[in-house]
Design a protein around this ligand. Structure first.
Ligand SMILES: [Zn+2]
Length: 293
């Protein structure tokens, strides 16, 4: 990120976000029924530092992540605080992956939450030909930019890449896609999942309709970005992608997934009420961070 972008984010976290949290006190009570932080589920975060597989990138990422999570309410630091009036503290939106025995178990939860509507939409998306899978960023960097620029405002707020249009590199995609490799450290990584619409048989003709960027830092997996192309927003494609991604986190036997416990997507106060409702529909719950190690 360029210096001006970093400055903007610092300004946002210091001065904008606390107000955002404060303005949503009533909303979190009515939508999520939060009365008191004492009774809320608590997540003990283990950054799983200093594994034999760790490198210098892991150290930087765990440090950054701990600073980021410290902006939320942390029980161990503020155990006496009972009131929801805590200045500038938000509640992370979390799925506790270990409460689901299998991907099917999570699907059943989704079914109960939406009376089957989500699963019907996902089935419909599959019937349109959407497929999901991990991809290498190198193959789709231009398409990710196109997706970001397809809508100026999202439920998460304004999209900088759309408002300050940067041109795609116009680099032709290689005929054979880059290999999707395992992360060098299984405990700390960034990776991408995408939902695609095939056009013919060629891998080159597969269109990226939406993507999720994931960042694992120890036992917590964070979602820095989830976005669909404006043309594909009403097709159920993103719902399909989200279910496939969570299913992978719950039941894959790949080393990259072993030891993960929490999936976090911002807070319940971030962005629009529509996005908060989306999180609730996909079984995210407000948590309190118990401790960090
Ligand atoms: Zn590591």
């Amino acid at each position: 990120m360029k210096d001006s972008g970093k400055k903007f984010m610092r300004f946002y976290f210091l001065y904008v976000q606390p107000w955002q949290f404060l303005m949503r006190r009533k909303f979190r009570k009515t939508t999520f029924g939060i009365e008191d932080s004492i009774d809320m589920p608590k997540a003990a975060i283990d950054f799983q530092r200093d594994q034999t597989t760790c490198n210098h990138l892991c150290i930087g990422d765990t440090g950054r992540h701990q600073r980021y999570l410290s902006d939320y309410y942390v029980f161990e630091k503020q155990p006496e605080a009972k009131s929801m009036d805590l200045w500038g503290r938000g509640f992370p939106a979390i799925i506790n992956l270990t409460t689901y025995k299998s991907a099917d178990d999570y699907q059943q939860g989704l079914k109960r939450q939406s009376k089957g509507a989500h699963l019907r939409q996902i089935k419909k998306a599959k019937s349109y030909g959407y497929t999901c899978g991990r991809f290498n960023f190198e193959d789709y960097s231009d398409e990710i930019l196109t997706i970001k620029q397809s809508k100026n405002f999202r439920s998460g707020g304004p999209v900088m890449a759309a408002l300050f249009k940067k041109k795609p590199s116009s680099k032709a995609r290689t005929e054979v896609p880059h290999e999707v490799t395992d992360p060098s450290c299984p405990n700390h990584w960034y990776l991408y999942w995408g939902v695609f619409l095939a056009k013919g048989d060629s891998e080159q003709n597969k269109t990226l309709a939406g993507y999720i960027k994931l960042n694992r830092v120890g036992n917590i997996v964070h979602i820095p970005g989830i976005m669909g192309h404006a043309k594909h927003l009403r097709t159920g494609a993103l719902k399909c992608l989200f279910l496939e991604t969570v299913s992978w986190l719950i039941e894959s036997e790949e080393p990259a997934v072993q030891g993960t416990q929490y999936l976090q997507y911002g807070s319940i106060e971030h962005a629009s009420k529509g996005l908060a409702q989306w999180k609730k529909n996909f079984l995210f719950e407000p948590y309190v961070f118990k401790s960090f190690k």
